[in-house]
Design a protein around this ligand. Structure first.
Ligand SMILES: O=C(O)CCC(=O)C(=O)O
Length: 315
């Protein structure tokens, strides 16, 4: 497998070089996501597929030029604080950071990066909004608060679902995960646990759980994805993502991100954004000119707000 020919998310391409929590994932336990491109202009079929699988994978949905512009803007800001080498668009970690000495406030810095026009054009543009509108069957609106993730070597995101974060005011929420560049398996892309939106015990586990109110609990599960998939005889779905690839998923679907095992200090860049019907009540934590985020700490609470030299926290 060439980690760089990421437009091919076929079965043969989902091979070695994928680890999660240090465990090697291999076919058939690791498998590709189902490509829903052919259904894009068939609203009924698209909604049926989302309901059935809990996710939709839309490769190259968003324009590569827009993705490159967003990527350049984000990595240029990280270059300014000495975390990303020149040229910034390549996204190579320097192994250093001057973020805390260069910026007065991590949250303010991360907010300014997250609010860059080029990034917003990707996350809040008409194409994604219309796609979400098709899925809801009515006009959709994106949350203002964005989860931008530059994930350096060693980083991953443990398995969880999004329900405890985003469903305080409405259950009708969908996440879009967007690859901001090439994200081959070795850079730790998104994975989903196949069929997990229908695991009754997992649904019961997350039902009524609000991660910001029930602070003694974590959304992240203890099992590794491999343990979980083996116990339940299911598969981990992921692949080699290309710039502009989008995965849309529901609030109960278990997912996370594989380990970034790059030997060359490459940083995985992605963003996740939530959409809901425009008519549904809005959670003020995520909407408005100055959203406070899940815990109330604003952009400073996000893993992206941490210098690349620092470990990520888990919620
Ligand atoms: O990209 C990641 O590391 C995790 C993504 C995620 O949890 C999400 O999109 O909800």
């Amino acid at each position: 497998m060439s980690g760089d020919s990421v437009s091919d998310n076929s079965q043969s391409d989902v091979a070695d070089l994928a680890t999660s929590a240090g465990e090697q994932l291999r076919s058939p336990r690791l498998a590709p996501l189902k490509d829903s491109t052919t259904l894009r202009h068939e609203p009924k079929a698209l909604r049926a597929q989302l309901a059935h699988d809990g996710y939709l994978y839309l490769p190259r949905l968003l324009a590569e030029d827009d993705i490159v512009a967003a990527r350049r803007q984000v990595f240029s800001a990280l270059h300014e604080v000495d975390e990303i080498a020149a040229p910034p668009v390549d996204g190579i970690f320097t192994g250093r950071s001057r973020r805390d000495t260069s910026v007065a406030d991590r949250g303010k810095f991360w907010r300014s990066v997250s609010e860059s026009w080029a990034l917003r054009r990707v996350t809040h543009g008409a194409l994604l909004r219309d796609t979400m509108g098709t899925l809801f069957g009515e006009a959709a609106i994106a949350q203002d608060f964005l989860f931008l993730r530059p994930a350096g070597p060693g980083k991953n995101t443990p398995t969880h679902c999004d329900r405890p974060f985003f469903t305080r005011t409405t259950d009708s929420v969908l996440t879009a995960w967007i690859a901001l560049g090439q994200v081959p398996l070795r850079l730790g892309p998104l994975y989903i646990v196949e069929g997990s939106h229908q695991f009754d015990d997992i649904k019961a586990h997350y039902q009524g759980f609000d991660v910001a109110r029930h602070t003694h609990r974590k959304a992240a599960l203890d099992q590794t994805p491999l343990q979980l998939a083996t116990e339940r005889n299911t598969r981990i779905l992921s692949g080699n993502f290309a710039p502009g690839d989008v995965v849309i998923f529901n609030m109960f679907l278990l997912h996370g991100a594989l380990d970034n095992i790059s030997a060359n200090n490459e940083v995985r860049l992605s963003v996740d954004v939530r959409y809901q019907p425009a008519s549904a009540p809005r959670d003020p934590r995520y909407f408005g000119a100055n959203p406070t985020g899940t815990t109330g700490a604003g952009y400073g609470e996000l893993v992206g707000a941490r210098p690349l030299t620092e470990a990520w926290h888990t919620r």
